[in-house]
Design a protein around this ligand. Sequence first.
Ligand SMILES: Nc1ncnc2c1ncn2[C@@H]1O[C@H](COP(=O)(O)OP(=O)(O)OP(=O)(O)O)[C@@H](O)[C@H]1O
Ligand SMILES: [Mg+2]
Length: 457
Amino acid sequence: MSNEINDDDDAITPQGDAAASSGGVTVGGNVGGNIIVGDHNTIVNQYPAPESFLHQLPAPPHDFTGRKTELDELTKAVDRGVTISGVQGQGGVGKTALALQLAQKLLPLYPAAQFFLDLRGVSDSPLTPAEAMAHVIRAYRPNERLPDDDGQLKAIYQSVLHDQKALLLMDNAKDKDQVLPLIPPHTCCLIVTSRQHFALPGLYTQNLEVMSSDDARDLLTIIAPHLTRHDSRITNELASLCAYLPLALRAAASTLAEEIDLDPADYAKQLRDEKTRLGLKGVTATTGEISVEASLNLSYRQLSDEAKRVFRCLSVFPADFDAQAEDMICEDGKHKQLSELVKRSLVNYNREKKRYWLHDLIRIYSKSLLSVEQKNAITLRHVDYYLKLFIADEDAAFRTDAINLSEASAWLSGLEEKMDLTNEGHRDVQWAIKMFQASLRIRFDDTPENPQETEQA
Ligand SMILES: Nc1ncnc2c1ncn2[C@@H]1O[C@H](COP(=O)(O)OP(=O)(O)OP(=O)(O)O)[C@@H](O)[C@H]1O
Ligand SMILES: [Mg+2]
């Protein structure tokens, strides 16, 4: 294309890069009047923004289910005047789906434009803030040669959005450094989703957890309605095997909807196998079809080697745990890596109880990354830690972990499967486990046994 200034009426027509690079004048469309910017004397003219680029929002899933509380809280925050909302949480938990549903709800308030950008935060090549800004600017000025200077680019970004009632949905943010330069003027609304927890001035965050059991069951039966003709316990079991994770729920329900001769009870049996559950394949707005395992792998491969090591070790905890136990068992000084994993939504944290836990599917995934030797080594450290704690101060053991008999017993009964305890070298652990088992029963007053007999058994 060539650009020329028409002498008759001062109208400016679009022109290509050649003139700019040779010191000529480059012209593009603008909503805010004529300005001159950049090294190349770019003249920006007042053209109406092309309609086709201004309304980019994909529709939310047509079967969007639940999330009423989260949607209400996010909407109320926008009503209060919050202009940046963050939806943060683990992969596949439904951040994009919720953000799209929220955007749809807010659409009447932001009629001028709605942008959708995948910031590719968990990929090897996240969008730079400059690329993200360019995406928005080009919707208004498709023919403009943009300046290389970030400061100038930001000025144009702010200018095109100035006084606009525009909504920007930036999906999959990497971190706050990526988002900070993209904060739009106050007339706009920015919704950011991320697997990473971060804070920004003026950012209202909604931490998204897995679905409630009711919503999970609803989603399963909306996608696979024939489930309602079966015993409701099957739907409950399916929801629980999917650990209430929307990605897994959609995958399981879609399989049942597509494979019409697959009996739901048989399918539930298949899903009891951990590997089968990790292999569940759902569809997301940005990745297309993806398995639970591959979705988690996107987060895992971004970790430092040390964080990876600690993440793998965490699979040893069958239930929730405290920072002290993790620090000792996973050799994670001052639980630094644990905090990093919380930040990246691979570990959950309960502020009131000050305890951490892994989502079921994340624990299965973490365990799948351990070799047999690593599994045995970490299990020994786990046993050793609790036994020492137990022997030193029985009460302390129960204050810091194992809250009830079933939790403690589940942990103990899993031990012999996890490890080859017939090995001579593990005799001390075998003995300690038996003592511990007997003491647990006494402590919880459950068919008391003589620890001495158990030891000899
Ligand atoms: N409330 C919901 N109702 C119906 N389907 C949902 C809901 N939430 C999530 N889903 C479905 O679950 C799958 C995963 O959701 P989504 O892509 O939003 O997860 P995400 O948290 O954005 O994951 P990622 O971190 O990988 O981007 C999608 O198929 C989506 O349609
Ligand atoms: Mg997403």
